[in-house]
Design a protein around this ligand. Structure first.
Ligand code: NAG
Ligand code: NAG
Ligand code: NAG
Ligand code: NAG
Ligand code: NAG
Ligand code: NAG
Ligand code: NAG
Ligand code: NAG
Ligand code: NAG
Length: 721
């Protein structure tokens, strides 16, 4: 039996913890845990030996060697081990341990998209500089033979590169893919397609005339076609273990990547010291490497993003101006238009049926939903299915499938046979037509592309804020194209993700925040070529403050969908001002969030971590390029945000503050004018927000402008009990 579902997004990697395994230990069987120990010690010594002796201490007389699964010791300190609950408890009390948490399964979450973003092929690039940038991709591996990873014209690997090509059996690197490692399976080869798609979106080379069976035809390329790629395989079809994600970060940071792209995520907002992506990206940030992370595909529910740490850049998914439609033409000449990415054509009209026989054990409702079907009644016919969630038996072979779509604003999916989904209205129209005729017939056409003038809008599945771990940090940070994106794929994987679909595609069209994330990774790498010395926070600030606010639906707070707005690459290269954040600032924030001094000392590797007593109300003074805060309903409030900007534009420039008015709040900026004499100069200001008995979330924005640069920050006052 093959699941035939139109509800899953792209390649779906499900989590294990809540679905497959019982997370609370009723039996004390050993389970895989992460023992996180913070920064590397200043004086080098054998950490493996240290990890083993800690293990031995809790294992008593039993040999612990085989239970130590992985030592992290290149970029941060810690290990993964099989532990019983009792051993875990003992270890978490030991000196030097920050946190012990179970390893969980994380979900792995183009042609036109770059033009739509305003980064055309003709954009100014320097091969000399761009070819020094290495984008590290933590994903399901890579298909090294893809045209997108052709290394023609590439020079020797950059001098700073310290990685290796350890891709396993039958895996060769070249001057484009300069590094490969794997922490699952027997090679870094991508047997899923996801990792190849994301890596080629971030940094794939130019490939002319790429398409999916002629659809979305054009030149495929990544954000930095001249940059190098290092692939770290931490995921397979079933997802990615925390332990493997941490191994990938440990290596990528030490190997010398310049940007880390992570198109995967969890399902909950976890404390920073129990979230492998937050831990890995913290140590990356401490070494000057920005991590870009997908927001997740759990939207549009609020609080659905699991990517909440301030040192990473969290990316939501939005539409581009190219969408896919598909048409069904009835015998009477009438045409109904739905959506799908259908590369098939029917040989003329075929019989349409709405009533289907599902066999002896199938209820009428299940048969209508195509959950169970009898081959005699459906083979060779176009069937109508009430729900986009059904099962096609292996021996069932309909000519086509038309599905009623109950979700508005879903993306189109690659279909394994001639198929499309129709709106409820059109589906019901087609159903009555079918039922009213003796021998109704129709033809399903091949999909075509149309222009969507509404783009960009954030797609429904993209995970939303707010951030409950640190409400002062607005999440997600930015949106980027993540809907119906064409990029390189693994030719051994079914492009529709259905086993009976035996097609092999070099390029595939998929949707997800997983596709949005590498767009921003590519742009961050592009920025890096202009500003080699900028900190991760400065690059992040440039991307956020130049982002364009976008349309959002009436019934949600847009900032919780897209953060600062839609990524805008060219203005980001010249942002005028940046909000920078140092490692020390993040450390102070951890103290103020309530992480105790011992923990923060271990995490940061600094002696005097929390020098001042923790003060929660100072968290909002982290120099973040967005302003957010929780307030209690039905009270009045006065909130100050302190910020400092650095002039990265021209000497002798004067910036004036503008506030987008919101009648429910009064916002003042002091001073209102910032006059910079020289480049690199820093000036501070305070934003005061005064409100009275708010009942709903209030938003505004602050723009610093010198007439050329508009440096924009959203302001979000969240009302929360
Ligand atoms: C392209 O970039 C180089 C180096 O950054 C710069 O000197 C040159 O002026 C740029 N050209 C254009 C057309 O922007
Ligand atoms: C190596 O992998 C490629 C791509 O899958 C395949 O075509 C080739 O046959 C493989 N070679 C060996 C020796 O397995
Ligand atoms: C471009 O690709 C299409 C579809 O794969 C193919 O039919 C066509 O011949 C190709 N054109 C060129 C110029 O290679
Ligand atoms: C259409 O007809 C051609 C030629 O008879 C055949 O090869 C092809 O498989 C048919 N396509 C479908 C979708 O039935
Ligand atoms: C129908 O269900 C009954 C009871 O579960 C089972 O015994 C029988 O084998 C099923 N028949 C078919 C054709 O699946
Ligand atoms: C915390 O910081 C706020 C804002 O600067 C200040 O008003 C308050 O007094 C501080 N609280 C403590 C306990 O130091
Ligand atoms: C915030 O800025 C104001 C005005 O410059 C200053 O008085 C205050 O001390 C600052 N607060 C903090 C916590 O730095
Ligand atoms: C900035 O202004 C000062 C004073 O007017 C002047 O001396 C200096 O040359 C100016 N710098 C630049 C780069 O224009
Ligand atoms: C904003 O300021 C005006 C003028 O001082 C005042 O009338 C109004 O009540 C204030 N609004 C809020 C929400 O504080």
């Amino acid at each position: 039996m093959v699941r035939y579902s139109f509800i899953v997004f792209c390649v779906s990697f499900m989590l294990a913890c809540t679905l497959f395994s019982n997370c609370d230990a009723s039996h004390d069987n050993p389970k895989l845990y992460i023992v996180y120990m913070g920064s590397l010690p200043k004086t080098p010594y054998s950490l493996t030996y240290n990890h083993l002796s800690m293990m031995q201490e809790v294992f008593n007389d039993v040999d612990a060697t085989n239970s130590l699964i992985q030592s992290y010791q290149r970029s941060f300190n810690g290990f993964a081990a099989m532990l019983t609950n009792q051993q875990k408890e003992k270890l978490s009390q030991m000196e030097g341990v920050v946190s012990v948490f179970p390893s969980r399964k994380f979900q792995l979450k183009t042609t036109q998209s770059w033009d739509f973003l305003g980064l055309p092929k003709s954009v100014n690039r320097s091969r000399a500089i761009e070819s020094h940038v290495v984008v590290g991709v933590i994903d399901s591996g890579i298909w090294p033979e893809s045209d997108s990873f052709n290394d023609q014209g590439f020079g020797p690997v950059p001098k700073h590169w310290k990685g290796v090509c350890a891709g396993g059996t039958n895996f060769t690197c070249n001057k484009k893919i300069i590094g490969a490692r794997y922490y699952i399976d027997k090679s870094a080869r991508d047997l899923n397609g996801h990792g190849t798609h994301t890596a080629s979106t971030a940094a794939g080379n130019y490939v002319d005339n790429a398409s999916f069976y002629g659809l979305a035809q054009g030149t495929a390329r990544g954000g930095v076609p001249l940059a190098r790629i290092a692939a770290y395989k931490a995921c397979d079809d079933s997802g990615c273990q925390s332990a493997a994600i941490l191994s990938a970060f440990d290596d990528a940071i030490a190997d010398g990547v310049n940007i880390i792209s992570v198109s995967l995520g969890g399902y909950s907002q976890d404390p920073f010291d129990e979230d492998p992506i937050a831990i890995g990206s913290f140590h990356a940030m401490a070494r000057g490497i920005l991590t870009v992370n997908a927001a997740g595909n759990e939207g549009p529910n609020p609080i659905s993003t699991s990517s909440v740490a301030p040192w990473m850049l969290t990316v939501a998914a939005s539409t581009i101006d190219r969408r896919f439609i598909d048409k069904v033409v009835l015998e009477n000449g009438k045409t109904l238009t739905g959506i799908s990415i259908n590369s098939f054509t029917l040989n003329g009209t075929q019989v349409l049926i709405a009533k289907k026989n599902g066999g002896p054990n199938c209820s009428e409702d299940d048969a209508n939903a195509c959950n169970c079907l009898d081959s005699n009644s459906v083979n060779g016919k176009i069937i109508l299915c009430d729900r986009g969630h059904g099962i096609l038996e292996d021996d069932v072979n309909p000519a086509g499938v038309i599905i009623q779509s109950r979700r508005k604003g879903s993306p189109a999916f690659v279909t394994p046979l001639p198929s499309l989904s129709l709106s409820i209205t059109d589906f019901q129209l087609l159903k009555s037509y079918t039922n009213s005729r003796d021998n109704p017939k129709a033809e399903i056409l091949k999909s075509e592309t149309v222009t969507d003038d509404n783009a960009p809008t954030v797609i429904g599945f993209s995970s939303r804020g707010p951030n409950t771990i640190a409400p002062e940090i607005l999440k997600p940070d930015i949106s980027a194209p993540g809907v119906e994106i064409l990029a390189s794929f693994s030719p051994v994987v079914s492009p529709s993700d259905y086993k009976f679909d035996k097609r092999s595609a070099k390029y595939n069209i998929i949707s997800g925040t997983s596709m949005a994330c590498p767009h921003v990774s590519g742009i961050a790498a592009y920025l890096k070529t202009f500003h080699l010395d900028w900190s991760p926070a400065a690059i992040k600030s440039a991307l956020m403050t130049s982002a364009k606010p976008i349309k959002s639906s009436e019934d949600e707070i847009g900032e919780y969908a897209y953060g600062s707005g839609h990524v805008n690459p060219i203005p980001a290269t010249n942002p005028g001002l940046v909000y920078d954040i140092s490692l020390e600032d993040y450390i102070q924030m951890l103290c103020n969030l309530g992480y105790n001094n011992e923990k923060v000392k271990l995490i940061s590797g600094k002696k005097n971590a929390c020098s001042q007593p923790p003060n929660r109300s100072l968290v909002r003074d982290l120099n973040y390029p967005a302003l957010a805060i929780d307030v209690k309903p039905t009270t009045s409030f006065t909130i100050n945000f302190n910020r400092t900007v650095r002039n990265v534009g021209l000497a002798n420039s004067t910036y004036k503050a503008t506030i987008l008015p919101n009648p429910r709040i009064n916002i003042t900026v002091v001073p209102k004018i910032l006059s910079f004499k020289f480049v690199g100069e820093k000036l501070s200001f305070t934003v005061t927000v005064i409100g009275d008995k708010p009942t709903t979330t209030l938003t505004s924005s602050l723009v610093w402008s010198d007439g050329t640069h508009n440096v924009r920050s959203p302001i979000v006052i969240n009302v929360s009990d």
